[in-house]
Ligand binder design. Sequence first.
Ligand code: CP
Ligand code: NVA
Length: 307
Amino acid sequence: MKKDFLCLSDWTREELEAMFDLCRDLKVKTKAGTPHHLLDGQTLAMIFEKSSTRTRISFEVGMFQLGGHALFLHSETTQMGRGEPIRDTARVMSGYCDGIMIRTFSQTAIEELARMSSIPVINGLTDMYHPCQIMADLFTVIEHKENYRDLKYCWIGDGNNMANSWINAASVFGFELRVATPIGYDPDAEIVARAEKAGAKILYTNDPVEAVRGADVLNTDVWASMGQENEQQEREKAFAGYQINDELVALADKDCVVMHCLPAHRGEEITDSIIEGRHSIIFDEAENRLHVQKAIMATLMERASCN
Ligand code: CP
Ligand code: NVA
């Protein structure tokens, strides 16, 4: 049976930790220039309905390093942009390719794509989740800190796709998470309810100071995500006080690390001095997209090709 990577909570902690182990091995091989053609001759279709720098480049380079090939497909230049149903696209692509990575708006669309494809589908970001990013983030924390499950994580900012995925991660991995969002910008209510039912240790607050006090890992993201550009001005007002800056970081653990999935709006949700400062692991985090996604693709696509 093929398996998809649509959201973290579809996987167990043990399965995700096995991906981290594979990632560690692949990263060493990449740095040493040792070939690791786990997906020799395979093709990944990459469908984009939104912009991307990191996701596009890391998947494309990753497939090449695994001995395969990646196709960049912008929905506007395919028949999808002219309304060809996703279920037809799914069946056609399954006949040509070995895997699909998609960045789109709706989680329901990606679920339909996965249901109708006979090849693995990877979520490269939806309005609901960004699971590959959280895998890279956690792998980066593991590289920088011991016992990643015993740390206190906090999310400061919008209750968006990244926040939702952090909630899933807290639930699957069992670490403590504090989520500080302005009133009216909460994370998805169903995801919150599911995490609560699963016994996740999560504090929700409207106070960034409460969330950050003593925290080991600080995380934020833009205040207006892709598709919300016309809300930028009202969001800037609502999110005043939610900036990760020197004053806020001073309240966290003295050895805390600061993360941001990028792209960042420097001077809005995070300051220059934090991005460039000693707590930042932001550019390691960006690099690890490559290594972690190679492990995800190898796990999904090697498994699929064996069946
Ligand atoms: N963090 C991230 O997904 O970056 P891109 O939008 O550049 O792919
Ligand atoms: N929340 C952001 C993440 C970008 C990587 C967005 O969806 O635009």
